[in-house]
Design a protein around this ligand. Sequence first.
Ligand SMILES: Nc1nc2c(ncn2[C@@H]2O[C@H](COP(=O)(O)OP(=O)(O)O)[C@@H](O)[C@H]2O)c(=O)[nH]1
Ligand SMILES: [Mg+2]
Length: 181
Amino acid sequence: MLSILRKARLRDKELRVLMLGLDNAGKTTVVKQIMNEDVHDVSPTLGFIIKTIEFSGYKLNIWDVGGQKTLRSYWRNYFEKTDCLIWVVDATDRFRLDDCAEELHGLLQEERLLGASLLVFANKSEVVGAMGVEEIRTGLRLDQIKTHKWTIMRCSAMTGLNLKEGLTWVVEDAKERLFLF
Ligand SMILES: Nc1nc2c(ncn2[C@@H]2O[C@H](COP(=O)(O)OP(=O)(O)O)[C@@H](O)[C@H]2O)c(=O)[nH]1
Ligand SMILES: [Mg+2]
């Protein structure tokens, strides 16, 4: 259910976007590339960073939260009022794809995230040998997700590939919801 408050925020064209995924997936680099900041100067995120950008007439408040195992138990503190969850996957990390699937499905059980849509970014896709969208879709068991509206896109935080397309999906999804309620 969309709360009155969330509806008001949608009308104000303000969205809360939560960037999550395992450590080293490229979350901070994605945010930097979106902000036109230097993508070569990224260090592991301790705690969280909030960046606000204007996109397509909307104000996106993007929360970049540290993904290390020790920090994952704190994720739930950021769930409230999330409009869209961007799940960033390291497409070169086949070894942790199972771990990644477990974390994602666990996350989607969270009651406080029920209103959020899900964008899966298959990041680092410019790397030769990186997993494609189909492999990640299967590995993450995305087709089992019935509780959230979702999509998956390949992207590269390094080259900027598909980052704008991803944000466009986020905004279009928000617009649709505004019409629905
Ligand atoms: N080749 C490549 N490397 C990337 C890409 N995005 C991030 N990285 C690298 O992956 C590492 C982790 O990135 P970071 O943004 O700190 O990941 P985070 O822990 O999810 O915030 C860094 O060395 C980045 O330079 C990408 O699209 N392509
Ligand atoms: Mg980070």
